[in-house]
Design a binder for this molecule. Structure first.
Ligand SMILES: Nc1ncnc2c1ncn2[C@@H]1O[C@H](COP(=O)(O)OP(=O)(O)OP(=O)(O)O)[C@@H](O)[C@H]1O
Ligand SMILES: [Mg+2]
Length: 375
């Protein structure tokens, strides 16, 4: 049957309905549903020669499978009689964890904690680079430094001063396209800060509710080392969409990471995956790879606790330089293996967040949905 849209055209010409129907056979791999029923297909247009242009609305601009989705759409449409060239464009409307706006009264769509039980494994480095990588994909990103004792984010991001407060709310500063808030902006760098439990809790709360973050797709939180007060305080202050664990390959780090993972599980915060940092070193002169801290530890552990493995970031002295000079490696050396690994991890994190949000059963409608729920 010809569609209403095409009732005056020749029998060979392609209709929007046919295109839409064939796109029902293209499956979003993470959500296991077709693009049409997910509401992702927008603005189909077909010219006289049968060339098709369409837009896919993604649940994150950092979708890791953009290229695959586009080629699956192209293949499906080209199988139709009369189809010419196929152009797939993308737009994004980031899937939101609705609990956050409800609790904070602020348009923040997702909160992602970057954590590890262990100090010095690269949490701040990964937080900075992941935040920039998401912003480079077109997402609106904030980075909150929850390390109140040793805030590193201002230096790592090369950020200047905070603008003066407005309407009694703190205003973020911005670096590399990311909005920032850190105790480092409020306390001179060499002045020690001593926090008692209740103060720490209220400082964290203020970083969330007294800061004008504006609209954010992702608010990343750089967690301090350890698994104590801060995790608990944070979880009480805002719903955490998920947490990303950072670890080095050694078993010592991993046993601490275990504690970090368990702390989040106890707080019922989903674990989005594990990034193995300082995984290996490639000698720049010989190109030979050295597994300085052992091999495969992160991957094994991720499998053991059944969370996604988000990849390996090599040891690279340029990461240290970048952190010291405020030019994180995804900016300073975007084609390095480390930057590539971090960008891939950022996309994977964004995808995990989308899946969580799109499969979370809203309160009160249990039983009304037919999509799989992540464990
Ligand atoms: N892949 C890497 N290659 C080389 N150096 C790295 C890498 N990742 C992090 N570093 C360096 O290791 C040091 C510790 O990193 P970072 O401060 O990010 O760790 P952290 O987990 O946030 O530490 P803390 O627990 O103190 O907050 C920094 O000097 C950083 O530049
Ligand atoms: Mg840190």
């Amino acid at each position: 049957m010809r569609s209403l849209f095409n009732r005056h055209s020749s029998p060979q010409s392609l209709s929007e309905d046919e295109v839409r129907a064939v796109l029902r056979t293209v499956i979003e791999p993470d959500l296991h549903r077709d693009l049409v029923s997910l509401g992702m297909v927008r603005d189909i247009s077909i010219d006289k020669r049968g060339n098709v242009t369409l837009t896919l609305e993604l649940s994150t601009p950092a979708h890791p499978l953009k290229a695959r989705l586009a080629s699956d759409c192209r293949d499906a449409i080209r199988s139709l009689e009369g189809a010419g060239e196929v152009t797939v464009k993308f737009t994004a409307n980031v899937a939101a964890d609705e609990r956050i706006a409800k609790q904070l009264g602020m348009p923040i769509r997702n909160v992602i904690a970057i954590a590890s039980g262990k100090g010095g494994v690269g949490k701040s480095t990964m937080s900075s680079n992941l935040a920039i990588a998401l912003a480079q994909e077109g997402a609106r990103v904030g980075l909150m430094d929850a390390d109140l004792y040793g805030p590193n984010i201002p230096q790592m991001m090369g950020a200047g001063e905070l603008p003066p407060p407005r309407n009694q709310r703190m205003i973020t500063t911005e670096a590399h396209g990311v909005k920032l808030m850190s105790m480092g902006f409020l306390v001179p760098p060499d002045q020690p800060v001593i926090w008692r439990g209740p103060m720490l809790h209220s400082a964290l709360r203020q970083f969330l509710s007294d800061v004008d973050w504006g609209e954010l797709d992702y608010l990343l939180i750089d967690m301090p080392p350890g698994t104590g007060d801060v995790q608990m305080s944070l979880a009480q202050s805002v719903p955490i969409t998920g947490s990303v664990l950072v670890s080095t390959p050694q078993s010592v780090a991993l046993s601490d990471v275990r504690k970090g993972a368990m702390a989040f599980r106890t707080l019922e915060v989903p674990l989005l995956g594990l990034i193995e940092n300082m995984s290996y070193f490639v000698a720049p002169d010989t190109g030979k790879r050295y597994d300085i801290f052992g091999h495969g530890g992160g991957q094994r552990y991720a499998r053991e606790i059944d969370i996604p493995f988000l990849g390996q970031v090599p040891l690279d002295p340029r990461i240290v330089t970048g952190g010291d000079t405020g030019e994180p490696i995804v900016v300073a050396q975007p084609e390095s293996d480390a930057a590539r690994a971090i960008r891939a991890a950022a996309r994977e994190v964004a995808a995990q967040v989308s899946v969580l949000n799109l499969t979370r059963i809203p309160e009160g409608v249990i039983g009304a949905m037919d999509i799989p729920i992540m464990g």
